[in-house]
Design a binder for this molecule. Structure first.
Ligand SMILES: [Zn+2]
Length: 95
């Protein structure tokens, strides 16, 4: 005989990553953190400050980030940074 019992299975809600939206223009990423619009294109940006402190019994970290689409990076952020005297580090690869 197979004995069955009733159990309560609780459903739960959880926040999971869906997409990014640009903090400047509101554009949405392509499903993940990819800002590119083409099928075989990939463009990610990262503007983040991470601060960490370690104590004898633990530590603390704080991250601040801006999510900027590739168009705003190229057309707004990069020109502003260059106007401040900064120069982007550019690296390229072919495969
Ligand atoms: Zn944007």
């Amino acid at each position: 005989m197979k004995h069955m019992k009733t159990v309560l299975i609780l459903e739960h809600e959880e926040k999971v990553f869906e997409k990014l939206s640009c903090d400047l223009c509101g554009a949405e990423s392509n499903g993940d953190e990819n800002w590119a619009k083409g099928n075989f294109e990939h463009a990610t940006t990262m503007i983040q400050l991470e601060e960490r402190e370690s104590y004898p019994d633990g530590g603390h970290s704080k991250q601040s980030a801006f999510h900027i689409c590739q168009d705003c990076f190229k057309n707004k952020l990069q020109p502003w940074m260059e106007k401040q005297g900064a120069k982007a580090t550019v690296s390229e690869a072919d495969w």
